[in-house]
Design a protein. Structure first.
Length: 166
């Protein structure tokens, strides 16, 4: 199964200047819970934005046109198709960003784990592709208010591709 996991603002924003626009500790815990023990595929800029490099307890795959760049503790592929095919035997593969990788993967992904952040960010320069509702069926939804640890309210949702056998 190929899954996309992302946090997306009301205006589709996912980042600015290669950084997140918000800090939602529960979203980070959710991300860790779902992706630990699995392969995560990301673009070069997403890898470079990780504060401590490769994510622990996961197989980290970086997509880069330049395979000569060393990405410590990572596998490197020049395209998404090769990266996925190399891990096709796994139960679930997670696409974790950035925008270009999401755009490529959303056309064939089986499942979406989306955190909808209930705020619009004007300074954003990185956006998630539009989720076409005719292609996806919402299976789970949990809404949470803003609090002392979460500046914005947010909703966790899980979607499955319609007409999928999964």
């Amino acid at each position: 199964m190929i899954s996309i996991i992302a946090a997306v603002a009301e205006n589709g924003a996912i980042g600015a200047n290669n950084a997140l626009l918000w800090r939602l500790p529960d979203d980070l815990k959710r991300f860790k819970r779902f992706t630990t023990g699995h392969t995560v595929i990301m673009g070069r800029k997403t890898f470079e934005s990780l504060p401590k490099g490769a994510l622990p307890n996961r197989t980290n795959v970086v997509l880069s046109r330049n395979i000569q760049i060393p990405f410590e503790s990572c596998e490197v592929f020049t395209n998404l198709s090769d990266a996925i095919n190399n891990h096709r035997h796994e139960e679930e593969i997670f696409i974790i960003g950035g925008a270009n990788v999401y755009e490529q993967a959303i056309v064939f992904a089986d499942k979406l784990y989306i955190t909808f952040v209930h705020h619009s960010f004007g300074q954003a320069d990185i956006f998630f592709p539009k989720i076409n509702e005719k292609d996806w069926e919402e299976k789970e939804s949990s809404k949470f208010p803003a609090d002392e640890n979460h500046k914005y309210s947010y909703t966790f949702k899980i979607f499955f591709r319609k007409n999928s056998v999964k």
